[in-house]
Design a protein around this ligand. Structure first.
Ligand code: ZN
Length: 874
């Protein structure tokens, strides 16, 4: 029987044609949540809606039992209408009321209503996460974004808890037995996937924001922030509120539409599957943003970016919502762009556009070169495909393209369009056409061709500069050139770009910008007149200031200079563009990993921005462990280690750089080949016999050091267990799981492999999402010789795994155990046994679920890319 867990665009479109004017009343009972033997919670849903008389439809409900279904006063036979995931509603009237009384299952996968028991104090915490289609794990509903409805929510829970939902708490009824029922304000119209619940003994801090609306009025918003009680001492709610208020000021100015959701709570929750979720009035975040160890400036910037990304969603996504997941970009690309823009304009944290160029765009370039890439406006036939589209295209490429759009039409036109969009579609649903309509009106340009080229094609454009010079070095002709093929269609695609081309010379020992020329490139080539007749610049940088989305190809002279002097570039965004280009070259086997690592080692000491230091050190380590051939690895890793140790010794006491270098030592310390000096520094820091003035070996660093010793076979299980010490915490639990799976012994790897495959630890406890990923990450630390033996069992189990697990856990498992660490041999890329096995599985499983095939295709392509890079450097 085909699983009905999936839900298709066709089915939901039929439901939209049948059903309208939906309103929900939810009664959720989590009063027994603290009892671990109770696996379900009470869920009673009353839905009123209009329908085509005589038609039938269905509700979605991934339940733990349904007691009764009552439609328009008549009880329906449960065994006939209730399936595993759906409830049939036959013979609808014009106006209908359906009541579903049943139970939901507490989740350990982060999907639905997640239950977490705090190792620090045994307190129980609950929160929900629904996108794209997991509200149905908590209550019966029409699970699709375009059937917006109002929600009247009540929750029964232990009376001492903090309980929250999208609407403000209006009343609390005590029952005298230690429980109480909270009643929340009825919400405005919103989609199922952004409804939310939070319950537990959360630490809750309040504040308020008062600002001015576009019509000159005053608006006050109650602010709240929560985290687990055991994290309260580390919870810097003041800084969170500072960013929140600055964001509310900015977005009210830019969007000119008053915040529509009443109060604004931000909850930091455990074992969270993603960075955050934009539930209106109750945003949820990963609690890794509650900094229990030292946080660098880059971490504060990253948190602010996420805070402001989610806040932008209160308008882009929550107020105006895509009709279906094909247009997911209408919220994610915008929120990603606005988050970065808001950090830049509303805070003094870091250099957000540098981070964007370095990290967000790197994610997009990776994703856009996978065989599974897709246009920004995607074809999403069902909710499984939707779940997989929260990817580098939808977020980072989309945001990059919006940055280019703002350069193309001008920022004023961009925001004029946004304001018209909110005004026109508030509390409604939209598609690409609706956005293009306001954009064309605001810019006075027909945006059809632009949208076609950028939003409906796939693949990364490549920008380069063609220079022709005389013998004396004078430029005879210069052109900016682009090349791109859409990997989906195989057709060439030339996109319109407004970019800047920078020229740089060495002046006073520094590489300084001597010119920055705006160029509008619409075809394959555009002349660079200002360069002609001038001496050839030391460096020519296409996409200076990172205005467009493209891989940059350097001419040989510029590349040679940049590999020595990149960090002398006086403009941070020029540096970021150049680093990104070098990294793309490593991945494309156009620059040997060793050469890249040498460039990083040679220049990292000059990098002022700690986020860039962290990034290039991570890239250099990945380059050597993945993209360098095995023969080159030991010497190159030793050389990189020496540099990092040297920088750690020289770093300013107590600085972010010192923290970044210490963490890099711990990370390098896991590698198969590191110098004795790294091992002894790891040991010394842990034992307290080595110290650096101002450096605190906090919980995060301590676990990284323990993991390094474990991965190198220098810590036994007793040492790892002892590190748990007397201060259990969520961080320690995960750190311990990773270290326990990291030891390079066949039995250890076997135990870890079996635990991840079964989703249970050796004591048969269900592994949470976080525990599963940590165990898999530990497993992966090891030579391929140690891990290859598990491959046959892995390939044989994939389909069963996929059918048995939620898509979230299944994806973690398939990715987490994929045989990714491989070494090239003289026989070449295609002879690699792991690659052969992956290809054979794909060829033999053409009809496997599309979502599973997508994960395997991506992993296989990534493996092939690493082997190609290793091969090129042999
Ligand atoms: Zn988002």
């Amino acid at each position: 029987m085909e699983s009905t867990k999936n839900l298709t665009r066709t089915e939901t479109a039929q439901r939209t044609a049948t059903v309208s004017d939906v309103a929900y009343r939810l009664e959720i009972d989590v009063s027994s949540a603290a009892d671990p033997s109770v696996s379900t919670f009470g869920s009673t849903t009353t839905i009123t809606f209009s329908a085509t008389p005589g038609a039938s439809t269905f509700l979605d409900f991934l339940h733990g039992g349904v007691d009764s279904v009552t439609l328009n006063g008549a009880e329906l036979p449960v065994d006939e209408v209730v399936g595993e995931h759906r409830i049939t509603l036959p013979h609808l009237a014009e106006e209908n009321t359906v009541v579903v009384a049943g139970h939901g299952l507490y989740s350990r996968s982060g999907e639905g209503l997640h239950r977490f028991v705090d190792p620090a104090d045994s307190n129980t915490y609950l929160y929900t996460q629904y996108e794209p289609a997991d509200a149905r794990r908590v209550f019966a509903n029409f699970e699709q974004p375009d059937l917006k409805a109002t929600y009247d929510v009540s929750v029964t829970a232990p009376a001492t808890w903090h309980v929250a939902s999208n609407g403000a708490s209006q009343r609390m009824d005590h029952h005298g037995n230690g429980t109480a029922t909270w009643h929340f304000a009825r919400t405005p119209r919103l989609s199922t996937y952004i409804t939310a619940l939070l319950a537990g003994p959360y630490h809750y801090v309040t504040d308020e924001w008062t600002g001015t609306t576009a019509d000159g009025g005053t608006l006050t918003i109650e602010l709240g922030a929560s985290c687990r009680a055991s994290l309260a001492d580390d919870f810097d709610a003041d800084r969170i509120f500072d960013v929140t208020k600055a964001g509310l000021d900015l977005f009210h100015r830019l969007f000119a539409y008053p915040y529509p959701w009443g109060k604004y709570d931000q909850a930091f929750v455990p074992e969270y599957n993603l960075g955050a979720m934009e539930n209106p009035g109750l945003v949820t975040f990963t609690e890794s943003y509650v900094f229990t160890s030292r946080a660098t400036a880059a971490q504060h910037e990253g948190r602010a970016n996420t805070l402001l990304h989610e806040m932008a969603h209160m308008w882009f996504g929550d107020l105006v919502t895509m009709a279906w997941w094909d247009d997911l970009w209408l919220k994610e690309s915008f929120a990603d762009y606005m988050g970065t823009l808001a950090v830049e304009r509303a805070t003094d944290l870091g250099q957000p556009w540098v981070t964007f160029a370095n990290r967000r765009k790197a994610w997009a370039y990776v994703q856009d070169q996978l065989p599974t890439t897709h246009p920004i406006v995607a074809d999403i036939p069902d909710v499984d495909a939707a779940k997989q589209n929260f990817d580098g295209i939808t977020y980072a490429k989309g945001a990059s393209v919006l940055k280019q759009l703002a350069a193309f039409v001008g920022e004023d036109a961009f925001f004029t369009a946004a304001r018209a969009y909110f005004e026109r579609h508030a509390f409604g649903n939209t598609t690409l056409a609706d956005f293009l309509a306001v954009l064309s009106e605001a810019s006075g340009r027909d945006m059809g061709a632009w949208a076609e080229a950028w939003l409906k094609t796939a693949g990364v454009p490549v920008l380069g500069v063609d220079l022709d010079t005389d013998e004396d070095g004078t430029v005879r002709s210069a052109h900016l050139v682009q090349e791109a093929t859409d990997p989906v269609t195989g057709e060439p695609v030339l996109r319109p770009h407004v970019v800047r081309v920078g020229t740089f010379e060495v002046i006073d020992g520094r590489l300084q910008r001597t010119g920055s020329h705006e160029v509008e490139l619409t075809g394959a080539r555009a002349p660079l007149e200002p360069l002609v007749g001038q001496p050839r610049p030391a460096v020519v940088l296409p996409n200076d200031e990172d205005l467009t989305y493209a891989k940059v190809r350097f001419d040989e002279e510029s590349l040679a200079v940049l590999l020595e002097r990149l960090t002398e570039l006086t403009e941070p965004l020029a540096q970021a563009t150049a680093w990104a280009a070098l990294w793309n070259m490593v991945r494309d086997a156009a620059l040997p990993a060793e050469r890249f690592s040498r460039a990083v080692a040679g220049m990292v000491g000059q990098i002022a921005e700690v986020g860039v230091v962290q990034l290039v050190l991570e890239q250099a380590e990945t380059a050597l462990n993945r993209y360098a051939p095995p023969s080159a690895r030991p010497a190159a890793l030793e050389a990189l280690s020496d540099t990092v140790l040297g920088q750690l010794r020289d770093a300013e006491a107590g600085s972010d750089h010192q923290v970044a270098y210490a963490r890099a030592v711990a990370r390098l310390g896991r590698s198969e080949h590191v110098s004795a000096a790294v091992d002894s520094t790891v040991d010394g820091l842990l034992a307290g016999t080595t110290s650096f003035a101002g450096l605190d070996v906090d919980e995060q660093l301590r676990w990284a050091l323990v993991q390094a010793r474990a991965a190198r076979g220098r810590a036994d299980q007793a040492e790892i267990d002892a590190a748990l010490g007397s201060a259990p915490s969520a961080v320690a639990t995960v750190g311990h799981a990773l270290a326990s799976a990291a030891r390079p012994e066949p039995e250890v790897k076997g135990r870890a492999f079996r635990a991840v495959m079964a989703g249970r630890d050796h004591e048969s406890n269900v592994l949470s999402n976080d525990a599963l990923s940590a165990t898999a990450a530990g497993f992966q630390l090891g030579s391929h010789e140690l891990l290859d033996g598990f491959s046959a069992e892995y390939w044989g189990a994939l389909e069963d795994l996929w059918a048995r697990l939620s898509i979230g856990l299944a994806t973690r498992t398939v990715q987490g155990l994929f045989p990714a660490a491989q070494d090239i041999t003289a026989e070449g890329v295609d002879a690699n046994p792991a690659l052969q096995a992956a290809r054979a599985w794909l060829a033999g499983h053409e009809t496997a679920p599309a979502a599973l095939r997508r994960v395997v295709l991506e992993q296989t392509d990534t493996l092939e890319r690493t082997l190609r890079a290793q091969s090129a450097a042999l």
